[in-house]
Design a binder for this molecule. Structure first.
Ligand code: URA
Length: 232
């Protein structure tokens, strides 16, 4: 939102009075006087008019969580425990998930209450590699590597999957890099080559890898350096 709109809405001041107040240097954003009505503002900024706080800065949350198998990537569910149940932050009810995992998948999940950050992450999705460790029921055929790189046509969505990088680690294990996040994507891709995923674990998103000291079920806040690192 722009500063002038937010001020105009404060006690129904209106657009003109808001412009006058901003021009008269009566408005401060995060302790700094702002005279540009188009200055972008959000709920994470503190706003003052004539020294009176008209909006307290909301607490921005950016978390990483090691999702265990069996936990749902959802904020609420009547039947199964969710990733939110694993978090004990007082503001956890404000969180949403930036990229879900299936209940049977483990690994890195990012959560935030900053819609602009998660939207940017989703928009940049093609540039953001997501790395999965996959175990399969049957041996992985060497020609699957080329098939994954070519992409598969998914009839239900009418899309062809983006080139995926696969490195076969041993007979039934591979490391797969995707640049998108379609519904059950890894499982559907392996199904296409006549195989079945028996275990799936997300190791990283962009520049963020699941740390070795974050056990299943644990979470922590991202550091200031990690927040932009998610974009790759
Ligand atoms: N692909 C899947 O099939 N499941 C996931 O949880 C993530 C990617």
């Amino acid at each position: 939102m722009k500063l002038d709109r937010l001020i105009a809405g404060y006690e129904a001041m209106g657009r003109q009075a808001a412009h006058l107040a901003i021009a008269a240097r009566r408005v401060r954003v995060n302790e700094v006087c702002v005279t540009d009505g188009h200055h972008p503002v959000d709920r994470f900024m503190k706003l003052e008019l004539d020294g009176v706080v008209i909006q307290e800065a909301a607490r921005a949350l950016y978390l990483m969580l090691h999702k265990p198998v069996g936990i749902l990537s959802a904020t609420k569910d009547d039947q199964h425990p969710t990733v939110i149940d694993l978090i004990d932050d007082p503001d956890k009810h404000t969180l949403h998930i930036a990229g879900r995992l299936d209940r049977s998948t483990s690994g890195l999940v990012l959560l935030t209450n900053d819609g602009r950050w998660s939207k940017r992450l989703m928009m940049a999705e093609e540039e953001v590699p997501k790395v999965y460790l996959v175990e399969t029921l049957d041996p992985i055929a060497p020609d699957a590597v080329e098939a994954f790189a070519r992409g598969f046509y998914f009839h239900t969505e009418d899309i062809t999957t983006l080139p995926a990088g696969m490195v076969i680690l041993d007979e039934r294990r591979a490391r797969l890099t995707l640049h998108e996040g379609r519904y059950h994507q890894v499982k559907r891709m392996f199904h296409r080559v006549g195989n079945r995923v028996t275990s799936l674990h997300r190791e990283s998103i962009g520049g963020l890898a699941l740390p070795a000291d974050l056990p299943p079920g644990a979470w922590r806040a991202l550091t200031a350096q990690e927040i932009p690192a998610a974009f790759g």
